[in-house]
Design a protein around this ligand. Structure first.
Ligand code: FMN
Length: 435
């Protein structure tokens, strides 16, 4: 595929300036966020998520060293900014997502984390530290979930980021639960004291896999604890939330200030809407292909993402869906999927996204719940009855005051067979050589 010439000059199509040009701790409250996802959290997915209601979007984890020697280049035609390594694009973004974009770092070194953050800070609004990846490539180097058992290192990275980053760049962290609730609270206290703006808690322990139900009932006490610290920090729930409607259930159960969605958005990036797209084969897929082609998203990445899309089918038959996936699996580039893409242009698709963001600015989208849905610790007497949508992976809203996991939960869970949780790959980049 031929690439347009690159320039280092600013984009000709800058994002319309938001009223406030930086995030505040309040921007992490009452929102529904796109989770960091290597591969699946590509630029077109983030833009569709924003178009369809996501409040903030996290980029895929990128290991600190991977971005350090990259060259920042801007495509003058589209405005896409690429951080290119020797042979691959390490990270791509567009100015339109900057006001809502959190860049996630994988690191086990405060200096490298700061250098990585400084490399990208002109194009992002916040820096997040991954403290939850359980894969050996990450943990053996002391990164990801390994940080959970090295709180001194974890907090020194966050402290360094907060100290060295300009104040308009937020610093946040994403952790998993520890097997013991008390250990989790102790860790959370230290993390919140580093000066972060928000804390995401993936409600699984390091040894739990995706197929294990997230233990979201443990979050309520953590939320109360953080609120009790009086710093106004948002606690973001992550784990088994399927979309906008389901986020209400998750917030009612957990008291979390916001909810972050990964696999629900991987299947359908419009899940952030109260009316997510149905028949994704005819609605989302063609539009996604057109946009990706326009933005010159690497074909293999686009193909991977499109293959994950699935949703409620109304007019599309199983046979139609199968035929489309067959056509996709045999295609080697955008020119092979022209029939699926249709006649509209990718630029039109992009302009629709710009308009949707302009008409309904993501940071102003707020999930304000009815009074009483999020009772404080003192007000809470009766269990809330919450509605669980069909197909949710976490079907029974746990009763409040459900017993916490025993201290030896980690030991028990390590004996459960199952595949490893989906995990970031270092860099998350793509080979430019193969373009
Ligand atoms: C394809 C994929 C890639 C992921 N990559 C990352 C990542 O880069 N950083 C991270 O912190 N978590 C990553 N995760 C974990 C998710 O952010 C999230 O914590 C987890 O999937 C639980 O949320 P869910 O139940 O909504 O899927 C990834 C998950 C998936 C499915």
């Amino acid at each position: 595929m031929s690439r347009r010439p690159l320039s280092t000059s600013p984009s000709p199509r800058p994002a319309k300036r938001a009223k406030l040009d930086h995030l505040t701790p309040d921007d992490f409250k009452n929102g529904v966020f796109l989770a960091p996802m290597v591969r699946s959290g590509a630029l077109p997915t983030r833009l569709f998520a924003l178009k369809h209601g996501a409040t903030l979007v996290w980029g895929p984890e990128i290991i600190d060293k991977a971005i350090l020697h990259s060259k920042r280049e801007v495509d003058p035609a589209t405005g896409v900014i690429s951080y290119n390594g020797v042979s691959r694009a390490i990270f791509s973004t567009h100015p339109v997502e900057k006001p809502y974009l959190i860049y996630q770092i994988g690191s086990a070194d405060p200096d490298l984390a700061v250098q990585a953050a400084k490399t990208v800070m002109e194009d992002v609004s916040g820096i997040d530290l991954n403290c939850g990846c359980p894969k050996p490539f990450s943990t053996h180097a002391g990164m990801g979930a390994a940080l959970l058992t090295d709180p001194d290192l974890l907090c020194s990275i966050l402290t360094a980021l907060r100290r060295e980053m300009p104040s308009h760049i937020t610093v946040t962290a994403k952790i998993r639960l520890l097997p013991s609730q008390q250990d989790t609270l102790n860790l959370v206290e230290r993390i919140v004291n580093t000066g972060i703006s928000a804390l995401t808690v993936h409600c699984r322990t390091r040894s739990m896999r995706e197929k294990d139900k997230a233990v979201i009932e443990r979050l309520r006490e953590i939320v109360d604890f953080v609120e009790g610290m009086g710093k106004g920090i948002a606690v973001v729930e992550n784990g088994d939330c399927l979309g906008w409607e389901d986020a209400k259930r998750v917030r009612a159960v957990t008291g979390a200030h916001s909810v972050m969605i990964a696999r629900g958005a991987e299947s359908n990036p419009s899940c952030f809407s109260s009316t997510p797209l149905k028949d994704v084969e005819t609605t989302l897929v063609p539009a996604y292909l057109r946009l990706s082609n326009y933005l010159q998203n690497h074909w293999s990445l686009t193909k991977f993402c499109v293959n994950q899309f699935k949703g409620v089918r109304v007019d599309v038959t199983k046979a139609d869906s199968h035929a489309m996936h067959q056509a996709l699996s045999h295609s080697k580039g955008y020119s092979d999927v022209k029939d699926i893409m249709g006649l509209s242009s990718g630029e039109e698709e992009f302009n629709q996204i710009l308009k949707a963001i302009e008409d309904n600015p993501p940071r102003e989208r707020r999930m304000i719940l009815d009074a009483g849905v999020l009772p404080s610790k003192l007000e809470r007497n009766e269990p809330q009855v919450t509605v669980t949508p069909e197909g949710t992976q976490n079907p029974e809203p746990p009763g409040f005051g459900a017993p916490f996991q025993p201290n030896d939960l980690g030991r028990i869970l390590t004996t459960i067979p199952g595949r490893d949780a989906t995990t970031p790959t270092p860099g998350g980049g793509l080979s430019l050589a193969s373009l």
